[in-house]
Unconditional design. Structure first.
Length: 382
């Protein structure tokens, strides 16, 4: 179990739940970072007394430094601040709870410093997963997933052992708030509808991804990168109850599943205590009162984002970065209520059509594909 962490994105949904786990397990927090939410960040800094706090911009950094004066907490800003937070010598693990591709450089800094990376951020694994995993091998950085499905698989595999024994990974998917609807019905849903997720309470971006099932598409690619399997070895099943968090089928036909109440503190705790399991005060799953567990195939016609992601998983190259970049840009437009929900898959499809995929990309190619995809989406709506 780790003793000290750096937490990137501490004011978000995963960030706040990570601090719950730190409180519960007595884990020290050496660095906190966030983009905004100064009041919450100040409160967290006062409670956890980190050595370093970093924000994205200079103005809020000056304000925060004023508020934290006399507490012996250094305040930094910008990419440099994030990178420093990710590589503090006293932190054994770095939790990447930042949303989007913005997590790429601090994540790479954590890897280069040889830290355990408790990987919540999925966008960077989708875009640059092969390079990230390769760097982790080179620098001896341990990658431990926080995403509940990938944590479930990691737990079934007891870390990295027995990869060659995997027949397939079975990712479970709640189906989101629009399960059972047609493509046309989904397309007309509003932001308020999309933010009403049945089983999980999360940040807005991922909640919208759950409504379009792009989240499961990103997780499909994330699973391939983390566990080095082919697209043919990953299946998605709809499991409305979110109790089986995912499964591994081994070559002898045995299937192992990890089950529990839907609570992100469970995978977060495991990422920080692995290979140990520590005592938790949270109530466990009551099998006798939990609803019957059901499994069904996903509807790829109603949810084209999942279908496109599965296709990109097969194409590889820079197509996954285009998929992700276009989706991030489109979701941002939807959050601003400038486009409809149905336009998200349309804009992603447009970017994938317009931008040819480059195989064996270097980091610059991935960043270029990401930039072009965002540009393509913005041009289409301006
Ligand atoms: P969130 O929006 O609630 O929080 C995001 C955090 O990142 C905030 O602290 C914010 O200040 C910071 N941030 C945002 N943009 C930034 C930028 N450009 N630079 C630096 N910091 C920035 O998001 P979340 O729901 O906690 O999700 C975080 C990541 O974890 C996402 O990649 C998401 O896909 C993944 N994830 C989340 C959940 C969940 O239950 N919330 C589950 C699985 C995976
Ligand atoms: Mg997940």
């Amino acid at each position: 179990m780790v003793q000290t962490i750096s937490l990137l994105g501490s004011t978000g949904s995963i960030g706040r739940q990570t601090l719950d786990v730190c409180r519960e397990q007595g884990i020290r927090v050496a660095a906190l970072t966030a983009r905004s939410s100064l009041d919450l960040l100040e409160e967290q800094a006062r409670a956890f007394r980190p050595r370093l706090v970093a924000v994205t911009d200079l103005e809020p950094a000056l304000e925060l430094a004023r508020r934290l004066a006399g507490l012996d907490i250094e305040v930094a800003y910008g990419l440099d601040g994030l990178r420093r937070a990710a590589s503090l010598p006293e932190s054994e693990a770095v939790v990447t709870a930042v949303v989007g591709m913005a997590a790429l450089w601090p994540t790479m800094a954590a890897i280069e410093a040889g830290k355990r990376v408790a990987f919540a951020n999925k966008e960077t694994l989708v875009c640059a997963g092969e390079l990230v995993m390769e760097a982790a091998r080179r620098y001896g950085a341990e990658i431990v997933p926080v995403d509940s499905e990938h944590s479930a698989i990691f737990q079934c595999l007891r870390g990295g052992r027995g990869r060659e024994e995997i027949k397939r990974l079975i990712l479970t998917c709640s189906g989101g708030p629009f399960f059972g609807l047609s493509r046309e019905e989904v397309a007309g849903k509003t932001k308020a509808d999309a933010l009403r997720h049945p089983n999980w309470s999360m940040g807005e971006k991922i909640t919208i991804d759950c409504a379009t099932l792009m989240n499961k598409g990103l997780e499909f690619i994330e699973a391939m990168r983390l566990f080095r399997v082919t697209p043919d070895q990953v299946d998605v099943v709809i499991h409305r109850q979110s109790i089986v968090h995912s499964m591994v089928e081994f070559r002898d036909g045995a299937i192992l599943a990890q089950m529990g109440t839907p609570d992100m503190r469970l995978p977060i705790r495991y990422a920080l205590t692995y290979p140990d399991r520590m005592q938790s005060e949270l109530p466990g799953l009551d099998l006798l009162t939990c609803p019957p567990l059901t499994f069904a195939p996903p509807d790829l016609e109603a949810f084209p984002c999942l279908k496109m992601a599965m296709e990109c998983a097969r194409t590889g190259g820079t197509s996954c970065a285009v998929l992700n970049g276009a989706n991030e840009a489109a979701v941002e437009l939807f959050r601003q209520e400038r486009i409809s929900l149905g336009q998200i898959p349309e804009l992603v499809a447009r970017a994938l059509d317009a931008i040819p995929s480059l195989s064996h990309p270097a980091m610059e190619d991935i960043l270029e594909a990401d930039r072009k995809a965002r540009e393509c989406v913005e041009r289409a709506v301006s």
